[in-house]
Design a protein around this ligand. Structure first.
Ligand code: HEC
Length: 468
């Protein structure tokens, strides 16, 4: 089924991401019978003789919370005005400026990048999906039809594949330490709420380069060591390169974003901007709410009040904006190709946004990332709502069901009753917790449902099996 899905657009992003979660043998750095090391970098060994830089999980998390920023530069950039069309790009530019010293080194000068020294941190438990050079893991597969206006070339059924790595600043790293403790054996989800000033950065690579996608001309190129994109099954790891084309930057700032607590923004590569490959990463926009009051299906021209898109953003990056023009980036899969909406095939539906998708971050996850009847972890099935032809059922935009994905909530209120809200934190909800559960917990259905009862997790902070 997955290979058939390979040609069907953004459904692939979600299903292939889920596919790493359910049963199946996974490689671990530890030998059989040994305890896995949650902080291992990668289960893929580099070839003998490799001399270049390597990824290591930065996990010496701060044990004292850094003080909340008083008047941080991103808020100063608003000049006392609320965030909006006139100020959102300046806000994102100030946030970019703030992380530049460190993240520019990560992006352009990896040999000199020392995450621990710079006080940036990573998530445990991702070794089975991470590459050993940069710690990136596969995030999406997009056919050329996803970017019809900007000339992405993927021959035949091939896809442009994307890879990501996530870094947390010291304030966010403090929360990671609170969740995972020293040994990352038993997450405490009562501690999963971030403090003011938490910043999370996600660097996204595209397997497309100048030759296959013009907009990538001049982008920073990263080495990845893993199974190359579109390789036949069973293919061996090899080195390949990816273009750094999107850098997500999110910040906990409840003053600017009182309804959600977060400003979500992203930078995209624009080859027409002067400077180096870091200077050329410009804000695509920002959002701080889902505009629940705007029914964009009924009023397609209604103006959004909680999403701003940079009017000079490059064309390829605005081809995949979210529902009603809400913010989403080219790596994010907000556009579903081959959807079934209201019983009929729909070729291209803008069905998500940054905050819409991230608002499903809870444990256990009961809702699919996109507005769809699928229920990922509850059924432990990659997606019961994808047909064998690779179509994804999507609720009709603007309906009551669909709009449940476009509410504004704070990060401590779960989307679905009975789950624990994880403050919009997808890397935790969708990647680390499922991989932790898979590595540490027995797998009969009864035991799984007992252990994953969120009420128990909340009460004890530990799943019953580990609570001695
Ligand atoms: C359709 C779903 C979806 C959309 C839309 C989406 N994301 Fe994400 N995001 C994810 C998933 C899933 C992860 C976990 C890592 C991964 O698998 O890529 C993630 C991870 C992240 C992270 C790392 C921290 C975390 O929460 O895990 C950041 C930062 C981020 N996204 C920012 C954004 C921004 C900014 C946008 C909009 C421009 C956006 N995302 C749109 C699904 C989405």
């Amino acid at each position: 089924m997955l290979s058939r899905l390979g040609t069907s657009g953004s459904a692939v992003l979600l299903i292939s991401a889920l596919a790493c979660v359910p049963a199946g043998d996974e490689k671990r750095p530890a030998g059989a019978g040994e305890k896995p090391d949650p902080f291992a970098a990668s289960s893929t060994p580099l070839p003998a003789g490799y001399k270049g830089p390597k990824y290591a999980v930065s996990h010496d998390y701060p044990t004292e919370a850094p003080p909340a920023p008083n008047d941080p530069p991103w808020r100063k950039a608003l000049n006392g005005a609320p965030i909006g069309p006139d100020t959102a790009v300046a806000y994102m530019s100030a946030l970019k400026e703030y992380v530049t010293k460190d993240i520019k080194t990560l992006v352009l000068d990896y040999a000199n990048w020392d995450a621990g020294k710079a006080r940036w941190y990573n998530m445990p438990w991702l070794y089975s999906i991470q590459d050993p050079v940069h710690g990136t893991y596969p995030a999406g597969e997009f056919p050329s039809s996803m970017f019809p206006l900007s000339g992405l070339k993927t021959p035949g059924d091939a896809t442009m594949n994307t890879y990501v790595v996530v870094y947390y600043n010291d304030t966010a790293g403090y929360t990671l330490g609170q969740i995972w403790g020293k040994d990352a054996a038993a997450p405490d989800l009562t501690k999963a709420q971030y403090r003011e000033g938490a910043i999370v950065v996600k660097v996204c690579l595209s397997s497309a380069t100048r030759a296959t996608w013009g907009p990538m001309d001049g982008a920073a190129l990263w080495d990845v060591y893993g199974v190359p994109p579109n390789a036949p099954s069973g293919a061996k790891p090899a080195f390949f390169q990816g273009s750094v084309f999107q850098v997500d930057l999110i910040v906990k700032d409840s003053k600017t974003a009182p309804q959600t607590g977060w400003v979500f923004g992203t930078l995209v590569y624009d080859k027409s901007v002067p400077g180096d490959a870091w200077d050329k990463l410009i804000p695509l926009g920002a959002m701080w709410g889902n505009d629940p009051d705007v029914n964009s299906a009924a009023n397609p021209n209604a103006i959004l009040k909680q999403s701003v898109v940079n009017p000079v953003a490059p064309l390829y990056a605005v081809e995949t904006l979210g529902y009603g023009g809400r913010l989403s980036g080219p790596n994010d899969g907000a556009v579903v190709q081959n959807a079934i909406v209201d019983g009929a095939a729909a070729p291209r539906v803008a069905a998500s946004s940054c905050l819409s998708c991230h608002s499903t971050a809870e444990w256990q996850m009961q809702s699919f990332l996109l507005p769809s009847p699928s229920a990922p972890q509850k059924n432990r099935s990659p997606s019961p709502d994808v047909t064998s032809d690779g179509f994804l059922y999507v609720y009709k935009p603007g309906t009551v069901e669909f709009n449940r994905w476009f509410q504004n909530r704070l990060g401590n209120v779960p989307k679905d009753p009975g789950s624990v809200a994880l403050d919009f934190h997808m890397n935790l909800a969708f990647k680390a917790l499922p991989l932790w559960a898979k590595a540490t917990q027995p797998s009969t259905r009864a035991e799984r449902s007992e252990r994953s009862d969120p009420a128990l997790l909340l009460k004890t902070g530990l799943p019953p099996r580990m609570h001695r």
